[in-house]
Design a protein around this ligand. Structure first.
Ligand SMILES: [Zn+2]
Length: 104
């Protein structure tokens, strides 16, 4: 999943996941869980390796969030613009009809 975010997949070096040390899961400390518990590693989605430095990954996630907000905003702007265009087209049609009426 992370792979497709790389500029060039082939040249992007894999890195051992810094959170789970390549295990793909994290051991929950015994003091917290009171038993032997393994949790899936969210950082690498249990792959044990990441394709980008983890800072870059977090930055990309933030960028995605930002772009989603922008997308929402732009979609609403486009929607309003579309409505305005419809209104104006209607106004143009009305004026043309009036012109035709006057010219006759
Ligand atoms: Zn991991």
């Amino acid at each position: 999943m992370v792979k497709c975010l790389g500029r060039n997949n082939m040249s992007e070096p894999k890195q051992i996941c810094p959170d789970c040390k390549g295990n793909g899961f994290i051991r929950v400390p015994y003091e917290q869980a009171r038993e032997e518990v393994h949790a899936q590693c969210d950082t690498c989605i249990s792959q044990g390796e990441v394709y980008l430095p983890i800072d870059g990954l977090i930055n990309l996630k933030n960028q995605v969030d930002q772009l989603k907000l922008q997308k929402k905003f732009l979609q609403s702007v486009c929607k309003r613009a579309g409505q305005r265009i419809k209104e104006l087209e209607q106004a143009v049609d009305d004026l043309e009809n009036k012109n035709n009426y006057i010219e006759r």
